[in-house]
Each structure stands twice: as structure tokens, then as C-alpha cells.
Design a protein around this ligand. Structure first.
Ligand SMILES: NC(=O)c1ccc[n+]([C@@H]2O[C@H](COP(=O)([O-])OP(=O)(O)OC[C@H]3O[C@@H](n4cnc5c(N)ncnc54)[C@H](O)[C@@H]3O)[C@@H](O)[C@H]2O)c1
Length: 375
């Protein structure tokens, strides 16, 4: 199969979807790889490094989309990329469609088969292609929150870990999944006082063991969150309901319970945000204020550390890329039911139920949608 790797064009996005190691695996398996010139520069990977492993380097995105059948990306396609998609293409990338009806309709209109990293599941129902980026985002969330708490940046002016004789800051993490656990570990490492809220009791049990008593685990209810909010300096939102729009866990009215200049970090912003007052921001302008509370809502947090993120992401995606290239979409999803759950859009239809519900379109069975498609 012909595999294409365009340069990411989302603002402040420096990751790339394939490394030279990935090119080598694909080429050794008999596939052709087309990489856009400069695609790896943000992650310190040169065109020559790709070419040395057998990739053909092409000058622009149009040339890559023109040659390739399987397009491998990092972030959701931007309008120019959507316009380059055709029914013969399979797109494999993060999509987050539940929060983006416009993109959903654009991908439907393209006729392409679109597989979302974030809804692929493993045999235990976990999200293997979201997890590495969630690990990165969780660690950044606490780092960014600690920074934004500094007075010159509009924060309360409190040091996360305190010092001998002065109490540490209080950190609330809502959603104790992959993001939440990493955010909590960094907050503990910085010696903050940490509370992790989740609705899944089994998950709270796992966290309790992992933290060894160093953080409090709390069942997440409206009241339990409300009772703790007045003491919090930093709140990190990291909830997820697979594939669906993020549930709202803090309302605008509840901001009034918080200390002035406290900080909210909404990691769930890529699924629409879990605070009522959240709206997407970028690395170059990451925060804004509502009712005296700083909001940090960057949608591509791992893009800030591409040298870590590119390798973490591609370590996880590579086996799936290889499988798709070797078996085709229909063959690969027949052999891997978890990959089948990644197919969000095919031949003009939405094929993933939570996206269909969130964007108010009919959900069509994947096999039915792929019946007439040569993928
Ligand atoms: N902004 C970014 O750059 C970025 C990067 C990576 C991941 N994310 C996002 O972070 C979010 C979390 O990802 P994850 O991998 O940690 O997911 P996860 O599935 O591992 O964890 C989510 C947790 O939220 C809990 N939860 C669900 N509803 C809840 C509620 N109402 N109250 C409390 N807890 C609730 C679940 O029980 C689960 O433990 C996702 O939306 C993901 O897309 C964003």
C-alpha cells in the first residue's frame, strides 16, 4: 500500500505521524511511504533521515495526498486537508468528532474512510492510541497549572509544593484515568496536596494503591466537588466518556466558590471541554479569565513537546499502521475488533455511535458503509 505522511498544519503542532523507524518497518513489509518535505522538522527529524529508510520525500501536501492511499496524521484534518481527501483515501489520525459537527460533515462529504486514534480500543476496552498522549498531557497539565499560578502570569501567586513552614497548594484532579493519574503523580512529585475525583470506584481503588496514601481519592459527585472547590488552587479536568462529548463537571456558577485567581486546566477540551466556561486555546495564547479564574484550555498539549510526543505516539500507532497497510481496512478490522471501533466515518456515513449521537446524524454499520468501498 502507498502510505502518506503530510506535515501537520494545526497551529503550534510540531509532531509527525511516522518516524524513520516506522518508514523502515513499512518499507521492509513491501509498502511505499511518501513523506512531505519538512514533516519531521518540528520533531528534529530531517527529510534525509526518512529518505535513508526508503521514504520518498514530496514537496507539498497535495503531492502526498495525490500519491497515498493511507494518510497517517496526528491532529484532525484542517480545512485544506479535508478538501484533499477523496473516497479512495483512508485517514488514520486523532479526530475528536463528537465535539466538531462541521468536521464530521466535511469528512462525510469527502467519502474517505476515517479512523480515529482516540476510539480504537484494546482487548481490555482501554484506549491504546489515546493513552500515550494522555500520559504526556497529564504531565503537562500540572506543569502548566503550576506556572499559571505564578502572580506575573495572573495566578494567585502560590508555589505548588510550598516550603518548610508554609503550606503547599491544593490540587483537584477530576477524572482519574490516564491523564488524571499522570497529572496527580506530577503534582505529588511537586509536593502539592492532591485530591483525585472519579466516578468509577474500581478506578479509585487502583489509584489508591498507586498513590500509596499520598493523594486522596474521592467519588465525584456535584456535591463532593462543590464542597472541595473553595480550597483549591489548581483544578485539572480530565474526564472522558469514550467517544462522547465531555461531561460538564464545573459550572459557571461554581466558579464563584473558588479563590480569586485560582487556575483551571481543561485537558478534556479536545472532547468539547468539561468546564462550562471552557473554550479552546492555543500554545501561543493558552489562557483567558472568566469571573477571576484563569482557564488553560489548549487542545493539543502534547504538541508542545514533540520530541517526546512523536515517539510516544508512533510507538503505539505503528503496529496499527502496518496492519492497515498490509491487510487493508476491511481485512484489518475483521482481524481486530478494537480497530473496528476506530472507524468513525466511511463512504459518507458516520459509523461510530457516540459521534452520531453528538452530531445528530444517523449511525450506519461499518460493514454496510464499507460494502462498496475498495479499502
Ligand atoms: N488537550 C489535550 O491536548 C489532550 C491530550 C490527551 C488527552 N486529552 C483528553 O483528556 C481526556 C482524558 O483522557 P484519558 O486518556 O485520561 O481518558 P481515560 O478514559 O483514561 O480517563 C477518563 C476518566 O474520567 C472518568 N470520568 C468519566 N466521567 C466522569 C465524571 N462525570 N466525573 C468524574 N470522572 C469521570 C472515567 O471514569 C475515567 O477514569 C480525554 O478527553 C482526552 O481526549 C486531551
Amino acid at each position: 500500500m502507498k502510505v502518506g505522511v503530510p506535515t501537520e498544519v494545526k497551529l503550534d503542532e510540531y509532531r509527525v505521524a511516522l518516524t524513520p523507524a516506522g518508514v523502515r518497518e513499512l518499507v521492509d513489509a513491501g509498502h511505499q511511504v511518501f513523506v512531505q518535505s519538512g514533516a519531521g522538522v518540528g520533531s528534529s527529524i530531517t527529510d534525509d533521515a526518512y529518505a535513508a529508510q526508503g521514504a520518498t520525500v514530496l514537496p507539498d501536501a497535495g503531492a502526498v495526498f495525490g500519491e497515498a492511499e493511507l494518510i497517517v496524521k496526528v491532529k484532525e484534518p484542517q480545512p485544506l486537508e479535508v478538501s484533499l481527501l477523496e473516497p479512495r483515501h483512508t485517514l488514520f489520525t486523532y479526530l475528536h468528532l463528537a465535539a466538531d459537527p462541521e468536521l464530521t460533515h466535511g469528512l462525510m462529504a469527502s467519502g474517505a474512510t476515517c479512523i480515529a486514534y482516540e476510539t480504537v480500543e484494546d482487548a481490555r476496552g482501554r484506549l491504546p492510541l489515546l493513552a500515550p498522549m494522555s500520559e504526556v498531557a497529564g504531565k503537562i497539565a500540572t506543569q502548566a497549572g503550576a506556572f499559571m499560578l505564578e502572580k506575573p502570569l495572573g495566578g494567585r501567586g502560590i508555589l505548588l509544593g510550598g516550603v518548610p513552614g508554609v503550606a503547599a497548594a491544593n490540587v483537584m484532579v477530576i477524572g482519574g484515568g490516564v491523564v488524571g493519574m499522570q497529572a496527580a503523580f506530577i503534582a505529588l512529585g511537586m509536593e502539592a496536596t492532591v485530591y483525585v475525583f472519579d466516578r468509577n470506584i474500581d478506578r479509585l481503588r487502583e489509584l489508591d494503591i498507586a498513590f500509596g496514601g499520598r493523594a486522596d481519592t474521592c467519588f465525584a459527585s456535584t456535591l463532593s466537588i462543590e464542597e472541595r472547590l473553595p480550597d483549591m488552587d489548581l483544578v485539572i479536568g480530565a474526564v472522558l466518556v469514550h467517544g462522547a462529548r465531555a461531561p460538564r463537571v464545573i459550572t459557571r456558577a461554581q466558579l464563584g466558590l473558588m479563590k480569586p485567581q485560582a487556575v483551571l486546566v481543561d485537558v478534556s477540551i479536545d472532547q468539547g471541554g468539561c468546564f462550562e466556561t471552557s473554550r479552546p486555546t492555543t500554545h501561543s495564547d493558552p489562557t483567558y479569565e472568566v469571573d477571576g479564574i484563569t482557564h488553560y484550555c489548549v487542545t493539543n498539549m502534547p504538541g508542545a513537546v514533540p520530541i517526546t510526543s512523536t515517539y510516544a505516539l508512533t510507538n503505539a500507532t505503528m503496529p496499527y499502521v502496518l496492519h492497515l497497510a498490509s491487510a487493508g481496512v476491511r481485512g484489518a478490522i475483521a482481524e481486530n475488533p478494537g480497530l473496528r471501533l476506530g472507524v468513525n466515518v466511511a463512504s459518507g456515513n458516520v459509523t461510530y455511535e457516540p459521534v452520531a449521537v453528538a452530531t445528530d446524524v444517523e449511525c450506519v454499520d461499518v460493514d454496510v458503509a464499507l460494502a462498496g468501498v475498495g479499502v
